[in-house]
Design a protein around this ligand. Sequence first.
Ligand code: FA5
Length: 337
Amino acid sequence: LQETALAELTKISATKDLTNWRVQYLGKKSELNALSKQMGGLRQEERPLFGERVNEVRNALEAAYLERQTALAAAEQALRLAQETIDITLPGRAIGRGAIHPISRVIQEIEDIFLGMGFSIVDGPEIETDHYNFELLNLPKDHPARDMQDTFYLSDELLLRTHTSPMQVRTMERMQGDVPIKVIVPGRVYRRDEDDATHSHQFTQIEGLVVGEGIRMSDLKGTLESFAKALFGPEQRVRLRPSYFPFTEPSAEVDLLCVHCHGEGCRVCKGTGWIEILGAGMVHPRVLDMSGYDSTRYSGFAFGMGPERIAMLRYGISDIRLLYQNDLRFLAQFARA
Ligand code: FA5
C-alpha cells in the first residue's frame, strides 16, 4: 500500500490534484482507515504490532504528502512569478492625442481674419421660425425661391434653419437702428440636400453683415478679396458671378480656384475649375426696412460662406463627407506636430 501510494504521489504535478490523493490514501474511506478499523477484530497480542505498522504507514504518507505539497507550491509560485514579470525597460504605450477638427480649425482661422478687420462674432439659434428664416428675408410663404433651400420643418412655424441669414434680421433688430453693424455669425445649418462630394444635409455657414451709411458693392468685393488673400495667400484669385437671392440686390456668388482639379472628370468642381464658397450681395432695401433700418439712409452688404468647402480647399479634401464620418485615420492627420 505504502509503495503504491508513494508512487502515485510522485506522478502528481499540480497542487490541485494533491487533494484527491489525500482523500484516496489518507481520507475516511481510505484503505488505511479501513485497516485501522479492522484492529478491533484482531487478537489482543497482534494489536500493538498492527497498530504500530498502520501508524508508520500513515506518518510516512503524511510526511510525503507535505513534502510534495511544499515542493509543488514552490514550483508553481516560481512559474507564476516568471510569467508575471514586468519588463520595466519597455517603453510605455503612447496615449492618442486629439486634434482640432478641420471644420473647427477653418472656422477659427476665418474668425481671426474677420476679427482683424473689426468684425465681432455673434451666435444664433439653430431652431428658427419660418418668419425669420424666410419671411423677414423677403421670402413669403408662396415664394418660388424657397425651393432653393429644401427645409426640415419641425412644425408649421418651426424649422431647422437652412442658412445663417436669419441672423441678419436678428442682429439688426437687436441693434435697434444703430450703425455701424459689422458682425460674423458662424453656426450649423440644415437642408434636405442629397449628400455628394460637395453637399451635406448638415453643414456650417458663416454669415457676415455690414450695415452703415454709404456701404457699397465695392466694399463687399474688397472685403471678400482681402479675406481670400488672408486665408490662401496674395496670389489667390476670386471670381464673382451674378446671382440671385431674394434678400440681396444685387447678388453674387463667389468662387475660388479648385485645388483638386483633375480637369473634366473632377468631382469637386465638376470640371469647371472653380468651387463656389459663398453667396453674397447688397442687403435688399425691403429687408433693411423690415428690420428697422431706413433703406433711403442706410445700406449694407451680407455674405454666407461654407467653411466645409473652404476646408476642402485648404487641406486638399476631395469629399465633404470625410468631414462628418469621424474616421480617426482621417482626423489624426490634423493633429498639430
Ligand atoms: C445661402 O445660404 C445664402 N443665405 C447666402 C447669402 C448670405 C447670400 C447673405 C446673400 C447674402 P447658398 O444656398 O448658396 O446661399 O449657400 C451658401 C454657401 O453654403 C454655398 O456657397 C456653399 O459654400 C455652402 N453650401 C450650400 N449648400 C451646401 C451643402 N449642402 N453642403 C455644404 N455646403 C453647402
